[in-house]
Design a protein around this ligand. Structure first.
Ligand SMILES: *Cc1c(COP(=O)(O)O)cnc(C)c1O
Length: 485
C-alpha cells in the first residue's frame, strides 16, 4: 500500500484512494508520496504509450495492478485523443516539442483529466463512499473545460468550475459556457485566477467532510499522469536514436501553478535522468524571481497577458517542491503561513541551492511571445500557441546561458486555435471578425488543421451565465450542496 502525507504535517497520512478523494489535506497542506520507487529505465523503452502510462502510474498510485491500470488508460485515451501515442514528440530544428494538447479540449490538462474521474470513481468504491462526490475547480482557462469534459455524466459525481470572468480567452470561455452534461455547473468569478483558487481553497477548509474533491493540480491524482509524459518524451528520443539511454535530457515547461513542472521533478525522483527543469513564465514572473533569489513575493502587480493560463501569482504546487527538497514539514508550514500573512517568504540558502541545482528560470513578455510565434512559424513551419511560445523563448535564453546544455524538450501545452487573435496577429495575418472568424482565418493562412472540438464551438448554445463575487463563491457551493440550484 502506498501512503501520502501532508506537506505541513507528516503525521497526517492517508492511502492513495483517500488522497485522491480529499484533494487537499485537512491542515491546508498538499499530499505528497512518502517514498519513491526507482523505475527500471531500459524496461520502459519497449512499452507502447498505454503500457508506459500503466507502469509509471502504478509506481505512484498504490493498489492497482498494471493490467487494471492499462485498461483504465485505454478507456481514458483511446478514441478521445488524436493519436495512440497520446503525447506525440515532434522536432523543429534542434528543438524537440512534446505536444500535450492532442486531447478532447486541446490543452495539456486533458492528459490528467481524462484519467482523474476513473481514479476518483475507483477510490470511492474502495473507501465505500456512497454519497455524491462534488468536484470543485478553479481554472485559469484550460483546467475548467478539460475537467468538465472528463467528469460530465460520470455517475455519483457532480462538478462545479469557477473561472475568472475577464481572465480567459474568448475561445476558452466559449468552451466552458457551452458545456453539456447533467452534472456540470460553470460560474464566472468577478476577479482573477488567484481569487478563484483562494476561494476554492477556503471552501475546502470550511466545508469539510461533505464529499468535496478537487480537479486542480493540488489533487495528487491530477498530478501523477503528468509525470508519465516526461518518460514518454525520453523513450521516444531513445527510440528515434536521438538520445543515448542514460544521457540527461532537459525540459522547458510553461508554468503557472507549478504543477506540470513539479511532475518533472517527480519523474526525476523515479529515476529519469533529467538535466534541468526550465521554468518559463510570462510577465507574471513571480517564479522567475523566486528561483533566482529564494524570495517568493506575491505583493506585485497582476498582469493579463497573451498566455492567460499562466496569469498566476500564487503557484500552489511550489509547496510540494519545498517539501520534497527540504523534507521539513515545519519549515513548509511556516513559509506558507508567512505567505498568507505577509505576502512573501524567503527560503534558507541551502534549500535554494538545492532547488537551483535542478531548476532554471526565465520569463518573457507579450511582445517577445508574439515574436517567437512568428519566428518559429517562419523558420520551422511550426505553429505554436502563446504558452508554448513563452517556453520556446525561455528555452533559448537557457541555452545561451548554459555552458553545455543537454538536449531540450519544450512542452507545447495548448492548441494555437485556443488563442487565435494573438497567434494570427503574431504571424502577420489580419482578420476583422470575431474569434471564431479568426480561427477560420488562421486555418486558411497556415493550413494547420483546426481541432474538431473547436470547429463545432460556434454552433453550440450558451448554457451557463452565472457570475459571483469571490466572497460569494462559498454561498454558491453551499446552495449546490443543498440542491437549491
Ligand atoms: C495550465 C496551463 C499551463 C500551466 O501549467 P501549471 O501546471 O499550472 O504550471 C501552461 N500552459 C497552458 C496552456 C495551460 O493550460
Amino acid at each position: 500500500m502506498k501512503y501520502y502525507h501532508s506537506t505541513r504535517n507528516s503525521s497526517i497520512s492517508v492511502n492513495g484512494a483517500q488522497a485522491v478523494l480529499q484533494g487537499i489535506a485537512p491542515d491546508g497542506g498538499l499530499f505528497v508520496p512518502e517514498n519513491f520507487e526507482k523505475l527500471d529505465l531500459e524496461g520502459l523503452f519497449s512499452l507502447d504509450a498505454y503500457g508506459l502510462f500503466a507502469r509509471v502510474l502504478c509506481a505512484l498510485l498504490g493498489g492497482w495492478t498494471e493490467r487494471e491500470m492499462r485498461e483504465t488508460v485505454v478507456t481514458g485515451y483511446r478514441g478521445r485523443f488524436e493519436t495512440e501515442e497520446v503525447t506525440p514528440l515532434v522536432t523543429a530544428g534542434e528543438t524537440h516539442i512534446l505536444e500535450l494538447f492532442r486531447g478532447p479540449t486541446s490543452a495539456f490538462k486533458d492528459v490528467a483529466l481524462s484519467l482523474l474521474p476513473h481514479f476518483i470513481t475507483r477510490a470511492a468504491r474502495e473507501e465505500r463512499v456512497t454519497d455524491e462526490i462534488r468536484i470543485l475547480t478553479a481554472t485559469s482557462g484550460d483546467t475548467g473545460k478539460a475537467a468538465l469534459e472528463g467528469f460530465r455524466d460520470v455517475p455519483g459525481i457532480d462538478i462545479a468550475v469557477f473561472y475568472p470572468r475577464d481572465g480567459v480567452s474568448p475561445v476558452q470561455k466559449a468552451q466552458m459556457v457551452t458545456q453539456e452534461g447533467r452534472n456540470v455547473h460553470v460560474c464566472a468569478v468577478d476577479g482573477n485566477f488567484d481569487d478563484a483558487q483562494s476561494g476554492v481553497k477556503q471552501i475546502f477548509e470550511s466545508v469539510r467532510d461533505r464529499g468535496l474533491s478537487s480537479a486542480n493540480s493540488i489533487n495528487i491524482g491530477r498530478l501523477v499522469p503528468q509525470v508519465v509524459y516526461y518518460f514518454s518524451a525520453y523513450a521516444d528520443l531513445v527510440k528515434q536514436g536521438r538520445l543515448t539511454p542514460g544521457a540527461k535530457l532537459s525540459f522547458t515547461v510553461p508554468t503557472g501553478n507549478f504543477g506540470d513542472i513539479l511532475a518533472g521533478f517527480i519523474a526525476g525522483e523515479l529515476g529519469l535522468p533529467i538535466g534541468r527543469l526550465v521554468c518559463a513564465s510570462n510577465e507574471n514572473n513571480v517564479l522567475t524571481d523566486f528561483l533566482r533569489t529564494g524570495t517568493y513575493d506575491r505583493r506585485r502587480s497582476f498582469y493579463r497577458t497573451l498566455s492567460p493560463s499562466m496569469d498566476i501569482l500564487i503557484s500552489s504546487n511550489l509547496e510540494r517542491l519545498l517539501y520534497l527538497v527540504s523534507g521539513d514539514c515545519e519549515l513548509v508550514a511556516s513559509l506558507m503561513q508567512q505567505l498568507k500573512t505577509d505576502g512573501f517568504y524567503t527560503v534558507p540558502a541551502e534549500l535554494l541551492e538545492k532547488i537551483q541545482s535542478r531548476f532554471w528560470a526565465g520569463c518573457c513578455g507579450d511582445e517577445a511571445t508574439e515574436e517567437t510565434i512568428r519566428e518559429v512559424w517562419e523558420r520551422h513551419s511550426y505553429l505554436c500557441d502563446t504558452h508554448t511560445a513563452v517556453a520556446w523563448n525561455v528555452a533559448q535564453q537557457y541555452e545561451k546561458a548554459a555552458e553545455s546544455p543537454d538536449p531540450m524538450v519544450v512542452f507545447s501545452t495548448a492548441s494555437p486555435y485556443k488563442f487565435p487573435a494573438a497567434v494570427l496577429s503574431a504571424i502577420g495575418a489580419k482578420c476583422d471578425g470575431d474569434e471564431f472568424d479568426m480561427m477560420s482565418a488562421l486555418e486558411k493562412a497556415t493550413g494547420v488543421a483546426m481541432p474538431a472540438n473547436l470547429r463545432s464551438l460556434r454552433e453550440r448554445s450558451v448554457l451557463h451565465t452565472g457570475c459571483v463575487k469571490p466572497g460569494k463563491m462559498r454561498g454558491y457551493v453551499l446552495d449546490l450542496l443543498e440542491g437549491k440550484t
